[in-house]
Write a protein that binds this ligand. Structure first.
Ligand code: SAM
Length: 433
C-alpha cells in the first residue's frame, strides 16, 4: 500500500487506463510516482512499463479467459488483470501475493462485485499456464498493423526488430567533451564502482552495464555527462561542424542534440534551438544550464519561417523531425498502444513540409542533417526521395561511416537489443550558386 492507501496495482491500472485514453507514459506516470512512497517507485514503474511492453500478449490471454468483455465502466478492472497477468508471466513475484493483492486492489477501485471474477481468472491463469498464443501480434506483443508494416518493410529483419523492441534498453551516456575525455570518464565510473564500456560507434558514448540513477554518476549535476542513446549521438556527428558556423536545431526539445552540437565544436557563431512546444522548450534551457552551454531558444512552428526567421541563413541545420518513434519502442513501450496506422501519412506530410521549409533557411554551401527515430521507410528514405525529386538543387551526401544500413538516401540503424536504438539519417547539401 502507498501513502494514499491505494495498492500499487490499482495505481498501475489507472496509468494504463490513462494511456488507453491517449496520454503517454511520460505524461501520466510521473504524477502517479509522486503518489507513492520512494521505495515503491521502481516497482510501480516496472509494472507500468512491463504491462505496456507485453500488453498485446497479455490482452490476448485475458480476452480468451473472459467469457465476455467487461462493460466500459469496468475497464479499469480489465487493466488491473493485465497488470496481474504481467506479474504472473514475467516477474518473480509470488503467485499468492499477486492473487491476493489484485483482489484487494479490485476492491479499492470500488469494484467489489468483480472480485470473484478477478480471483477466478487469475487462479485459472496460474493453474493452466500461458495458453497457446493466437497469432504473431500476441506472440511478439505488437499491434497487428505495426507488425505487418514491419514485416512488409523489413522482410529479413522484422522478427529481430520486434525482439529488440521487447528488450530492456541499456543506459547510455554522452561524455561532455568540453570537460572530460571518454577514457578519463570511464576511469571515474570504474572508481565509483560503475561498470561501463565505450560505445562502438559514437565517439563520446559510454554504455553502462546496468542502469544507474544519474545522481550516482560522477559530476552529473555539474555537466560531466548526459543520458543519450548511441544512435541519437550519431546524428550530430554527421553535421561536419566547424567554428564560426551558425547552426539551427529545428526540432530541439528536450535539447539532447542541441547540447551535443555545442559540446562537439567550440566557437560556433550561434546555435538556435527551435521547438514549437512551449511545454518542452524549458527542458532545453535546463539541459543547457546543467552543461554550462549557451544557445538561442525560440518557440515557433519551424515550418512557419515568417514567424521566427531573422533572414540570416544557417550553415548547418539539424532536422530531428517528429515521427512514429518506432525505433525507440523499447524505451517507450506505450508507443505500441498510442500509435495508430493512420498517424503515419500525416506525419510524413509534416516531415516533408519541415524539410521544405528548412531548405529555405539553409545557406548556400550549407548542410542539413535529417533524422528520425523511426524504422518506417515512409518517414525516412521515401521522404528524402520525394524531396530530392522536387528540389533539384539539393545534393545528397553519402556519409562514409561504418554503421547503419545503406538506404540509397541515407543510413538506417535498426534497434539492437544490446546497444543502440533505431534511427535514420540523411545528409543534404545546398550547392554554392
Ligand atoms: C524527436 S523530438 C526532438 C528531440 C530533440 N532533437 C533531442 O534530441 O532532444 C521532436 C520535437 O519536434 C518538436 N516539433 C514538432 N513539430 C514541430 C514544428 N512544426 N516546429 C518545431 N518543432 C516541432 C516537438 O515538440 C518535439 O520536441
Amino acid at each position: 500500500m502507498n501513502g494514499q492507501g491505494q495498492p500499487l496495482r490499482a495505481i498501475a491500472a489507472r496509468v494504463l487506463q490513462s494511456i488507453e485514453n491517449g496520454q503517454s507514459l511520460s505524461q501520466c506516470l510521473p504524477p502517479a510516482l509522486n503518489d507513492v512512497a520512494d521505495n515503491e517507485r521502481p516497482q510501480l514503474q516496472a509494472l507500468c512499463y512491463g504491462t505496456c511492453r507485453w500488453f498485446h500478449r497479455l490482452d490476448a490471454e485475458l480476452q480468451a479467459r473472459l467469457k465476455k468483455p467487461l462493460r466500459k465502466p469496468d475497464r479499469m478492472v480489465h487493466h488491473l488483470m493485465l497488470v496481474a497477468l504481467f506479474q504472473l508471466r514475467f516477474s518473480q513475484q509470488a503467485t499468492y501475493a499477486v492473487l491476493n493483492e489484485t483482489v484487494e486492489a479490485c476492491r479499492t477501485l470500488d469494484k467489489p462485485h468483480l472480485t470473484g471474477l478477478v480471483n477466478g481468472v487469475l487462479r485459472a491463469a496460474e493453474r493452466e499456464g500461458e495458453p497457446a498464443l493466437p497469432d504473431d501480434s500476441a506472440r511478439y506483443s505488437h499491434p497487428h498493423w505495426m507488425l505487418e508494416k514491419l514485416r512488409h518493410n523489413w522482410p529479413d529483419d522484422w522478427q529481430a526488430i520486434l525482439d529488440a523492441n521487447n528488450a530492456q534498453a541499456p543506459m547510455t551516456l554522452r561524455v561532455n567533451a568540453l570537460r572530460f575525455s571518454r577514457d578519463d570518464y570511464l576511469q571515474h565510473l570504474a572508481d565509483a564502482g560503475i561498470e561501463a564500456s565505450a560505445t562502438r560507434f559514437a565517439p563520446h558514448g559510454i554504455q553502462l552495464a546496468s542502469p544507474a540513477p544519474v545522481d550516482r554518476l560522477p559530476w552529473f549535476a555539474d555537466g560531466a555527462v548526459s543520458v543519450q542513446d548511441e544512435a541519437a549521438q550519431l546524428s550530430t556527428t554527421l553535421m561536419d561542424l566547424a567554428p564560426g558556423q551558425r547552426v539551427l536545431d529545428a526540432c530541439a526539445a528536450p535539447g539532447g542534440k542541441t547540447c551535443a552540437i555545442l559540446e562537439s565544436c567550440g566557437g560556433l557563431s550561434e546555435v538556435v534551438a527551435l521547438d514549437e512546444s512551449a511545454d518542452r522548450l524549458p527542458r532545453v534551457q535546463e539541459n543547457l544550464e546543467r552543461l554550462d552551454l549557451v544557445a538561442t531558444l525560440k518557440q515557433a512552428d519551424a515550418a512557419d519561417i515568417e514567424q521566427w526567421w531573422d533572414q540570416q541563413p544557417f550553415d548547418r541545420i539539424l532536422l530531428d523531425v517528429p515521427c512514429s518513434a518506432t525505433g525507440v519502442i523499447r524505451r517507450h513501450p506505450d508507443i505500441k498502444l498510442l500509435r495508430r496506422e493512420s498517424d503515419i501519412v500525416p506525419l510524413a506530410s509534416i516531415q516533408l513540409g519541415l524539410l521544405e521549409a528548412m531548405w529555405q533557411v539553409l545557406a548556400p554551401g550549407g548542410r542539413l542533417v535529417y533524422a528520425t527515430c523511426s524504422v518506417f521507410p515512409q518517414e525516412n528514405h521515401r521522404i528524402i526521395r520525394r524531396f530530392l525529386k522536387q528540389q533539384s538543387d539539393a545534393a545528397l551526401i553519402q556519409p562514409n561511416v561504418p554503421w547503419g544500413r545503406d538506404m540509397e538516401t541515407g543510413r538506417q540503424m535498426l534497434p539492437a537489443p544490446e546497444s543502440h536504438d533505431g534511427f535514420f539519417y540523411a545528409v543534404l547539401e545546398k550547392p554554392e550558386p
